[in-house]
Design a protein around this ligand. Structure first.
Ligand code: CTP
Ligand code: CA
Length: 236
């Protein structure tokens, strides 16, 4: 038999990856959510572990079949539910992490208050839900690093799902988003019918610190994960 061994080029690195989609409670049975499956985050975790890294996978509602892809002795999975829980888990991991990747779809807003009982139609309150903005987790992680509250040389990667079809407009939005968040790399994935959310395949462009496209990859989420780790190593 032929043993295929991945290069151990991430050996010695501690990495934290968020995956999946947060759910913001409306009441005990209802929530605001999104379509993120966690597949790209799980693939990033599996690829990192195969290449020698120690991984914390912060998983927001990642179903069993997906997390099975990230079963590895070097991957610790920490389950979270809301954006606030995801934020706390990532900040915890960030204190000792060399690389942070925010692949999770974090809710931009949450209901201003979650009811403590199941809301009923006759209460008449479900026709309108007041929302408040959630913290931008990845921007907070980048700010903590800028203030020296992170291991030196920490690399931070954000994701962005964009549905703009014009490639140049998409890149321009991505450049501004990378700068606004203060991250090193921004992986832009094209969220359309064939790619992105709930799909096995993905297509990404990675924008680097100078605003140029430093990597392009399409294929399985594992192939895309491999290209993203290559880009992380080049950026360090
Ligand atoms: N993100 C985050 N905290 C939030 C929202 C997003 O950390 N409250 C992270 C995501 O995990 C992702 C990156 O920010 O890595 C980009 O998310 P995206 O939704 O594309 O950016 P937003 O700043 O929310 O902008 P918009 O949704 O308006 O495009
Ligand atoms: Ca958003």
């Amino acid at each position: 038999a032929l043993a295929v061994v991945a290069p151990q080029d991430l050996a010695g690195l501690r990495v934290a990856i968020s995956a999946g989609g947060t759910r913001e409670p409306i009441d005990p049975v209802r929530f605001l959510g999104n379509r993120s499956s966690g597949r790209q985050g799980a693939a990033l975790a599996a690829e990192a572990a195969a290449r020698g890294a120690e991984v914390v996978l912060v998983a927001a509602h990642v179903e069993h079949a997906v997390r099975a892809a990230a079963l590895h002795p070097s991957i610790r999975v920490q389950d979270v539910g809301t954006a606030a829980e995801l934020s706390a888990a990532m900040k915890d991991a960030a204190a000792t992490a060399d690389v942070l990747i925010m692949a999770a779809a974090v809710a931009d807003y949450r209901p201003a208050e979650a009811a403590d009982h199941k809301l009923t139609k006759d209460e008449g309150v479900l026709t309108r839900i007041d929302l408040v903005e959630n913290e931008d987790v990845v921007a907070a992680l980048a700010a903590a690093r800028a203030e020296g509250r992170a291991p030196s040389g920490q690399t931070i990667v954000a994701f962005a799902a964009e549905t703009l079809h014009d490639a140049e407009q998409r890149r321009e939005r991505a450049r501004r988003k990378r700068e606004r968040k203060g991250v090193d790399l921004l992986a832009v994935n094209l969220a359309d019918a064939e790619h992105g959310f709930e799909r096995a395949e993905n297509a990404v462009e990675v924008i680097g610190a100078d605003g140029t496209v430093v990597a392009t990859s399409s294929g399985t989420k594992r192939q895309v994960a491999s290209a993203i780790w290559d880009a992380v190593l080049s950026a360090r």
